[in-house]
Design a protein around this ligand. Structure first.
Ligand code: COS
Length: 386
């Protein structure tokens, strides 16, 4: 499908594929087995420029377009969703929010350090009791002279144990509902910022996922103004959801490639299982899902690069690519039979890792709600519009 790519995009994609095969794939299985968040590997990814791919060069990024970014994320996503999650959070959620909402001073202070990997960032939106209803933040912020004091808790925060800077969303005035939210830039290196690793995850074992207690945490900076917090979160998620979708294209494609290779090699009834039409049908289903997902990701990228509204198209891509990747990982295990049930083949890890993609950065149901609202113009959460 690379007929649509420029020479530069093809080169970046091939380079990312080589990097992923040489540096990430050999470590992914062991990191998952050991539940190890591989900070050395994160540094290598940063050295490739992948943490700041879509950030302008003047702020330490690589200055690439979204289409090229999507190609990089596809390759990293195929290699290891845990490392793809690092890129999604660092680049799409944290850096893109600072780029869009930060002052010039904030951009110069934060972006070069985040793009280079000197600092990791995390995105503190979700709470123990606040998931899909993101506007209903329980975390509170009160002004105290020049600073803000934040109290509350965050949940399911990727890189929460390793981040130096946290975007913390908090309510400044509950009466104002989503218009009272603010997005604070929080230095995690202070008393009261208390992350704890979440144990027992189904997948993403090579990823750092934390719950965070916030006990009189101080902040002196925010992105935008008081009241902009919800829009900061939603616009960042427009980028985050894009990157999750692109990573899932990589998983779909990986499932096709691994299944074809295995089906040509594995013999039953005296011939390669790939010669049986029922196996070919499974491979064909995965191929269609991989190609369709990729085209939806490219459409969203194309709109983003033209500066056009793309929330609807991003949600379509996220919904389709994540659901497709879940189905492809399941099907790829079926093609591999018993061999797919152990981690000798990547399909086992993909199956466990991919399950979260229809949950995080907005569940599939939330994507359908966004799509449905956009098409009908009706919003059941506003009483008189239902
Ligand atoms: N970009 C910028 N602004 C946006 C936006 C976007 N993509 N989407 C909505 N907004 C704005 C709206 O324009 C509206 O602005 P006004 O106050 O000026 O009217 C405001 O935000 C509120 O929007 P809306 O009424 O749609 O908010 P809802 O409370 O109904 O919530 C959903 C919308 C459900 C879509 C939102 O809460 C959501 O995405 N939930 C899922 C959260 C999520 O993905 N969590 C996972 C985090 S893992 S990192």
């Amino acid at each position: 499908m690379d007929f649509a790519l420029t020479d530069e995009q093809r080169l970046v994609s091939e380079t990312a594929r080589r990097f992923a095969d040489n540096e990430i794939v050999p470590r992914a299985k062991e990191n998952a087995r050991r539940h190890h968040f591989d900070t050395d590997l994160v540094r290598s990814i940063a050295a490739q420029g992948y943490l700041g791919a879509i950030i302008p060069t003047e702020y330490g990024g690589a200055g690439l377009d979204h289409a090229t970014y999507g190609l990089i994320v596809e390759e990293i996503g195929r290699a290891d969703s845990a490392m793809r999650t690092v890129i999604s959070v660092q680049t799409s959620l944290v850096c893109s929010a600072i780029l869009r909402w930060g002052t010039e001073e904030q951009k110069r202070a934060y972006l070069p350090r985040l793009c280079s990997g000197e600092w990791l960032g995390c995105f503190g939106l979700t709470e123990p009791d606040t998931g899909s209803d993101a506007a209903n933040q329980r975390t509170r912020a009160r002004r105290d002279g020049d600073r803000w004091i934040i109290n509350g808790a965050k949940m399911w925060i990727s890189m929460g144990n390793h981040a130096k800077v946290a975007l913390v969303f908090a309510q400044t005035d509950p009466e104002l509902k989503h218009r009272g939210l603010a997005c604070f830039l929080v230095d995690t290196d202070q008393p009261g910022f208390e992350p704890a690793a979440i144990e027992g995850k189904m997948g993403l074992h090579g990823s750092d996922t934390a719950s965070i207690g916030l006990d009189d945490v101080e902040a002196t900076e925010m992105l935008g103004e008081v009241g902009d917090g919800f829009k900061v979160a939603m616009s960042a998620l427009d980028s985050g959801r894009f990157s999750v979708a692109a990573g899932c294209v990589g998983i779909c494609q990986g499932c096709v490639d691994e299944s074809v290779a295995y089906a040509k090699e594995r013999e039953q009834f005296g011939r390669p299982i790939g010669s049986f039409q029922l196996v070919q049908a499974m491979i064909a289903d995965m191929k269609v899902k991989a190609d369709a997902s990729r085209l939806l990701v490219w459409r969203a990228a194309w709109l983003k690069d033209r500066g056009e509204p793309n929330t609807l198209e991003t949600s379509v891509a996220k919904l389709y690519a994540t659901e497709s990747a879940v189905e492809c990982a399941n099907t790829a295990i079926q093609v591999h039979g018993g061999a797919g049930y152990v981690d000798d083949h990547p399909v086992e890890r993909w199956f466990r890792d991919v399950r979260v993609t229809t949950l995080y950065e907005g569940t599939s149901q939330i994507q359908k709600l966004i799509i449905g609202r956009a098409l009908t113009g009706l919003n059941a959460l506003v009483p008189d519009a239902a």
